[in-house]
Design a protein around this ligand. Structure first.
Ligand code: PLP
Length: 408
């Protein structure tokens, strides 16, 4: 199949983009929360729901063989997509949140004790705060926080002094869901590894907007969700280095994660199944494999150039709007903009713009500590995906100006 080389050809693959909302053509700019799905993904989900349905790994019948092949094929797709070394390193979960919880539970059980610490950053999503906080409470450890500067950048000047011998793991986001900043994860991983500290990366936004190579990055864990990268909801991935996953005990028990069960003792299945208790979301996993194939069939330069154009276009126009505050460094970011407007509540702006057909996010964006850092309770966020165009960016700017006129 020829590679897709044009944004309008990408758009044609997404039926959701053809609809009108509130009588206006939809301009969907809430992709940081969840993205739409291309036809090939929708068709596969429909086909599996209506025909190719059989529980994986367990039966000898044909439908089970087909779903197992789709499920394990998707694991190979993920492995290739993030350049992992081994298929055993790809664990299917229900999403980024579940992946963080898996590591915060399993890794902490054998590595965290009273007096130890976990280091996160000040710009984390709640999903990469709360599970670690819970683990710290359970084991009497302390949650330490790497501060950010006024532009939202990690205070890398403070990192080394915070990486004390008590720190047993560092858990940070690749790309902030509020600031859109691409964090210096390579440097962080290298500095942590110099001290023998493993690194967990929350890649919920990173996987969508960068070429992730876990082998080059050398991170110990990398987590992401399918629904933000054009696949179904309820599916996600935890990548973990094989040797670390091997020594971790399973978090959830149940079918498919066992080798042998007696009432006296259970032995566990080998990786990756050790961490995949119960019937997994095999349709979701297959949809993720399909979404990866869809992404791989698009000219990568096209995606990079479109993102760059949108970032520059938005930045140049937003900074000129009176009373508008843009959060975060604008030099090294993905097309995701969080802002506030003097005299207008973000939710009111979002509601007015919804009437104009523009879907935005407003509120705390699951990042309450980050809101506090910027002395605000709420922001308005526009986040773009591969199918968004400069015309849509222009429409967003025009509508924003109209909304501000109505409210301020
Ligand atoms: N981490 C980041 C940076 C996110 O943006 C999100 C979702 O917005 C999550 C974690 C949680 O992802 P999920 O809700 O898919 O588990």
């Amino acid at each position: 199949m020829d590679k897709i080389t044009d944004i309008s050809d990408i758009r044609r693959e997404f039926p959701a983009l053809e609809q009108s909302v509130n009588g206006k053509p939809l301009v969907y700019l809430d992709n940081g929360a969840t993205s739409h799905k291309p036809k090939s993904v929708i068709d596969l989900i429909n086909e599996m729901n209506s025909r190719t349905n059989g529980n994986i790994h367990r039966a000898v019948h044909e439908l089970s063989a087909r779903t197992t092949a789709l499920y394990e094929g998707a694991r190979e797709d993920v492995m290739r997509f993030i350049n992992a070394r081994h298929r055993e390193e790809i664990i299917f979960t229900s999403g980024t949140t579940a992946s963080v919880n898996l590591v915060a539970n399993s890794f902490s059980a054998s590595h965290l004790k009273k007096g130890d610490s976990v280091l996160i950053s000040q710009s984390e999503h709640h999903s990469n705060i709360v599970p670690w906080q819970m683990a710290c409470e359970r084991y009497g450890a302390t949650l330490k926080v790497l501060p950010i500067d006024d532009e939202g950048n990690w205070r890398m000047d403070l990192l080394d002094s915070m990486l004390t011998s008590e720190v047993k793991i560092v858990a940070v986001a690749h790309i902030s869901n509020v600031l859109g900043i691409v964090n210096p994860v390579e440097e962080l991983v290298s500095r942590c590894h110099n001290r023998g500290i493993p690194v967990f990366i929350d890649g919920a936004q990173g996987i969508v907007h960068s070429s992730v190579d876990v082998t080059a990055l050398d991170c110990d864990f990398y987590a992401f969700s399918g629904h933000k990268m054009y696949a179904a909801t309820g599916i996600g991935v935890l990548y973990g280095k094989k040797d670390i996953l091997e020594e971790m005990q399973p978090w959830m028990g149940g079918g498919d994660m066992v080798s042998s069960v007696t009432f006296e003792k259970t032995t566990y299945a080998a990786l990756p199944l050790k961490f995949e208790a119960g019937t997994p979301n095999f349709i979701g996993a297959a949809s993720l494999g399909q979404a990866i194939k869809f992404i791989e069939n698009i000219d990568h330069t096209l995606l990079l150039e479109n993102e760059k154009r949108i970032v520059e276009f938005m930045r140049d126009r937003l900074i000129k709007i009176d009373g508008l505050k843009l959060y975060g460094n604008v030099d090294n970011k993905i097309p995701l903009f969080s802002l506030s407007i003097k005299g207008a509540h973000p939710s009111d702006v979002a509601m007015i713009m919804d009437k104009m057909g523009v879907a935005l996010r407003s509120g705390q964006m699951c990042s309450e500590p980050l809101m506090k850092r910027f002395n605000t309770e709420s922001m308005l966020r526009a986040s773009f995906a591969m199918y968004n165009t400069l015309d849509e960016a222009q429409y967003f700017i025009d509508c924003l100006k109209r909304a501000i006129k109505m409210l301020v």
